[in-house]
Ligand binder design. Structure first.
Ligand code: KG4
Ligand code: ZN
Length: 365
């Protein structure tokens, strides 16, 4: 049987600099010995989005510090690490480069194997770290930068069942919040407002529901919210608190309807594979939304599929998921050399071709 592995993971593909150490004993779930995440939200706050140059510089400054903290929190030195895993894409190229350069330096200096990890694979493999889920299962990645259904067959074998053709839902939440003068990140503030609102007052579109398959679109929804707001402003000179709550509730209901229906279809495609222990996992910041999570859970129950939502800290960007993907890839015999390249685009499922969009925050895969 394979030996115990202790892997250091690095993540820097968007606006979180992260380092983590994961240990895996064969036959047991993964153990997160440390997980350090240094967010950059404050650096980008004034610009209304992630500024790639600022992000790359901050990653270059913070990576070493995060690695030191991850080692010291785990009570380990580099000598006790078996390999370095690093996000090699997809994402903002400057940040990915900073991570890959740092990982190469560590691997060369400590004479350790290097493993390049696809950031999306990190998200998609997280349920194996947390719950030792058996292949094949399917995942919905839903955040500010991602929105896709993936059928996960192995650490390097994914089939994309569908995804957004424009904005990611988290991005739509953030833009809706901005339109209505609510604080960022928009997801939690729109969700809080929606609790006080009537989801039926505004009839917002459910884009692409009429089209077969699991592709989604969210940019029209945000435009519909803007039109409804503008109509209210034109009619009475402004919007009331109740108007705002109703707009949020209507928007959230539309996102939830689309995600629920597309999940139902993705489940059907997945179940056609006759998995012995069917399972569906969500990942990404939007999975924190109680209404959306409840709807997805209900769809899974109806389809007879186990539903999993990893803890939020492992749903949002982190390096434990990269270290874990490193464990799986290492066991599969995967090693990279000093010629490992940083890739701004890196679709997990090459056969399905690239999506048109993947969200403002980077992962255009
Ligand atoms: O996974 P994440 O931290 O970062 C990436 O986008 O990669 O996700 C952040 C996104 C933001 O767009 C945020 O507004 C959204 O997730 N989000 C939510 C909620 N909490 C965070 N969206 C809807 N409802 C929430 N409760
Ligand atoms: Zn991510």
């Amino acid at each position: 049987m394979a030996e115990t592995l202790t892997i250091l993971g690095l993540e820097s593909s968007c606006d979180d600099t992260a380092a983590a150490i994961v240990r895996h004993r064969p036959g047991q779930p993964g153990e997160i010995l440390s997980s350090v995440v240094a967010g950059q939200a404050a650096l980008h706050a004034a610009y209304g989005g992630v500024v790639p140059e600022i992000a790359a510089r901050a990653h270059a400054e913070k990576l070493d510090i995060c690695v030191e903290q991850a080692l010291s929190q785990a009570g380990l030195t580099l000598r006790e690490i078996d390999a370095i895993a690093v996000t090699a894409g997809p994402g903002l190229i400057g940040g990915v480069l900073a991570g890959v350069m740092c990982a190469k330096g560590l691997a060369a200096g400590a004479d350790l194997p290097l493993i390049g990890v696809n950031h999306l694979a990190g998200h998609a493999l997280t349920p194996r770290l947390t719950d030792a889920l058996a292949y094949p299962y399917f995942v919905l990645l839903v955040s500010g930068g991602h929105c896709q259904f993936l059928l996960v067959r192995g650490p390097e074998t994914f089939t994309r069942l569908g995804g957004t053709i424009d904005d990611a839902p988290g991005e739509a939440f953030d833009k809706t919040a901005r339109l209505l003068g609510l604080p960022q990140p928009g997801g939690p503030s729109v969700e809080a407002e929606a609790r006080k609102g009537d989801p039926a007052r505004f009839a917002f579109p459910r884009p692409l529901l009429a089209r077969d398959g699991c592709d989604m679109s969210f940019s029209g929804l945000k435009t519909a919210v803007r039109r409804a707001r503008d109509a209210l402003v034109a009619e009475k000179g402004g919007i009331t608190r109740q108007d705002r709550a109703d707009l949020c509730a209507g928007f959230q209901a539309a996102v939830a309807d689309v995600l629920a229906e597309k999940t139902r279809r993705a489940a059907k495609l997945y179940l056609a594979e006759a998995p012995s222990a069917p399972a569906f996992a969500v990942a990404g910041g939007v999975a924190a939304n109680q209404v959306i999570r409840g709807r997805l859970q209900a769809v899974a129950m109806q389809a007879g599929v186990r539903f999993l939502a990893p803890p939020l800290a492992l749903c949002t960007d982190n390096a434990a998921m990269i270290a874990w993907a490193g464990v799986e890839l290492f066991r599969a015999g995967h090693r990279d050399g000093m010629d490992l390249v940083a890739r701004p685009r890196w679709p997990l499922d090459v056969a399905s071709g690239a999506l048109l969009g993947g969200g403002r925050k980077g992962a255009k895969a």
